[in-house]
Design a protein around this ligand. Sequence first.
Ligand SMILES: [Zn+2]
Length: 69
Amino acid sequence: MPYYYSPIAVLIWCEDCNWKSESYKNALAIAKIHAKKHGHKVSGELTIAFGYNFHQKAEEEKEERARPS
Ligand SMILES: [Zn+2]
């Protein structure tokens, strides 16, 4: 896959009750559920890893150019 995008770290905290979470799977959903359920204010920081890798495509193009037509 030439592209990846994945959360690698998260900090979620509630400003009203000191609730915290470091679960980066569904971080936004978890934060929203807490805020909505308790009527609180939840903030968070999400660190995301992402990248593009087209090494394979470049190799294929090199091979195509080398092939006699
Ligand atoms: Zn709370």
